[in-house]
Design a protein around this ligand. Structure first.
Ligand SMILES: *[C@@H]1O[C@H](CO)[C@@H](O)[C@H](O)[C@H]1NC(C)=O
Ligand SMILES: *[C@@H]1O[C@H](CO)[C@@H](O)[C@H](O)[C@H]1NC(C)=O
Ligand SMILES: *[C@@H]1O[C@H](CO)[C@@H](O)[C@H](O)[C@H]1NC(C)=O
Length: 411
């Protein structure tokens, strides 16, 4: 009997890598319109075109699971949305605009959101939302509104602040799809970091000073040898894509964090201290404060990453339909990377990874290259959201941490 059980467990770990639990799945997205008639009217007038809606970013706070939908094409009714996790909403819930419908009006620069990619909740219960102000993608992009940071109070759902990036923060190629938030000694001592993927910059915003500045560095650029991709049955080049994924370590002995980042067209990891980024005088005077680590190895393009409070970094492996991990206590070398889950169907383009307050890892997959370069089949499931406790995910991987190590950690 005992042997039998062991055999079953072994087989399961070989044939079904599925540790992540599928929580939501959609063939196509839908929205929670106030009434049936309003939804019909939106469909009729083209304000809602279901097959143009692709979810790209997630975040979890309290009982809200946020989902962003960029306005790449017409018919996106709302760019920032949520799903209430405490209600029984079923497997394919309609998205609810956050904070409301009115605040998601495209082209309303002052009080609306036009296009949101990645979002981040901070420990002080604020939601950081970067509105790119754009409509369209690649050659079709127009800028009805400027780039602006919007910060919401998650208890009252009121917007606390809107800050437009300065002209000097961006350039003609700017495309910012990612944001990281760095909390210091208190809720005022907070910085946002925004990666300019196509303009090759890193923009810093200080909440306390209400000011922004821009770093430029060779490490923000793509590696010309790493611009080819083969994902979802498609071969294509994303060879202009620079700095994208960012994660922050826990506080180090010097009181700062380390930011890890990679360009998208690259398999290399780079590091800079937030002590550099937080100091606007360091712009143009800090080239050597950025340094490089090893490459991750073949098939390790990544766009999204997060590091938990114990220093375990998780990152999407978009070429492998998988999520990887690295325990920051160990050297950044291929043998120290684990794959916590992989699924060629379910994890086809894992677009975003996030950690919630209960130490679960959440992942959204969305077949993005197929959507952009070909088309999706709406008779099939296209978008999925998964989660699993981190403890379970890293079990029996190189990222596992011993109980004794469950205290503070430094790199
Ligand atoms: C922040 O700065 C912007 C422009 O520089 C200004 O319009 C806005 O009122 C400031 N916000 C706060 C909270 O100081
Ligand atoms: C900021 O950077 C400048 C230039 O490197 C340096 O002189 C100054 O001491 C730094 N300030 C802090 C608070 O570290
Ligand atoms: C779309 O998916 C359905 C269900 O899996 C399948 O039967 C159909 O052949 C697919 N259509 C195309 C064009 O691939």
């Amino acid at each position: 009997m005992k042997n039998y059980i062991i055999l079953l467990i072994t087989l399961q770990s070989v044939f079904s890598a599925r540790i992540l639990k599928e929580q939501f799945a959609w063939n196509q997205l839908d929205y929670a319109y106030p009434s049936f008639d309003e939804r019909q009217e939106a469909l009729r007038t083209g304000r809602f075109v279901p097959e143009n809606n692709l979810p790209v970013g997630i975040e979890i706070w309290g009982d809200k699971l946020f989902v962003s939908v960029p306005r790449w094409r017409v018919g996106i009714p709302s760019t920032l949305n949520y799903i209430p996790l405490s209600k029984n909403v079923g497997k394919s819930p309609a998205l609810i605009p956050y904070p409301n419908w009115k605040s998601n009006e495209a082209g309303n620069c002052e009080s609306g959101l036009t296009t949101v990619y990645r979002i981040k909740a901070d420990e002080c219960h604020r939601l950081w939302v970067l509105d790119t102000g754009t409509f369209g993608i690649d050659d079709t992009t127009t800028n009805p509104c400027p780039y602006a940071i919007n910060v919401f109070d998650l208890f009252t759902n009121q917007r606390l602040r809107r800050y437009e990036l300065r002209k000097e923060d961006i350039n003609a190629n700017t495309f910012i799809a990612n944001i990281a938030i760095d909390i210091g000694k208190d809720c005022n001592d907070v910085f946002a970091y925004m990666s300019d993927e196509l303009g090759y910059g890193l923009i810093v915003y200080s909440w306390e000073q209400n000011e922004s500045w821009r770093f430029e560095h060779g490490f923000f650029r793509p590696d010309p040898l790493k611009g080819e991709f083969n994902i979802g049955g498609l071969e294509f080049q994303w060879d202009a894509e620079g700095i994208f994924g960012m994660s922050l370590t826990p506080l180090q002995p010097d009181g700062y964090r380390l930011m890890h980042f990679s360009p998208l067209a690259s398999e290399r990891e780079f590091v800079v201290s937030t002590g550099t980024l937080r100091n606007s005088s360091k712009v143009g005077d800090s080239y050597k404060e950025f340094y490089s680590l090893n490459e991750r190895g073949p098939l390790s393009h990544t766009t999204s990453r997060v590091m938990d409070d114990y220093g375990i970094q998780f990152f999407n492996l978009i070429d492998r339909n998988a999520v990887g991990c690295w325990n920051g206590r160990y050297d950044y070398r291929p043998e120290n990377f684990g794959v916590v889950d992989k699924d060629d169907v379910g994890l086809s383009f894992p677009a975003d990874v996030k950690v919630d307050a209960q130490r679960n890892l959440w992942v959204i997959s969305d077949k993005m290259p197929n959507f952009l370069l070909s088309s999706l089949n709406y008779s099939e499931i296209n978008f999925r959201i998964y989660f699993a406790p981190i403890q379970v995910l890293i079990q029996n991987t190189v990222c596992e941490i011993q109980v004794a190590e469950h205290n503070y950690y430094y790199l």
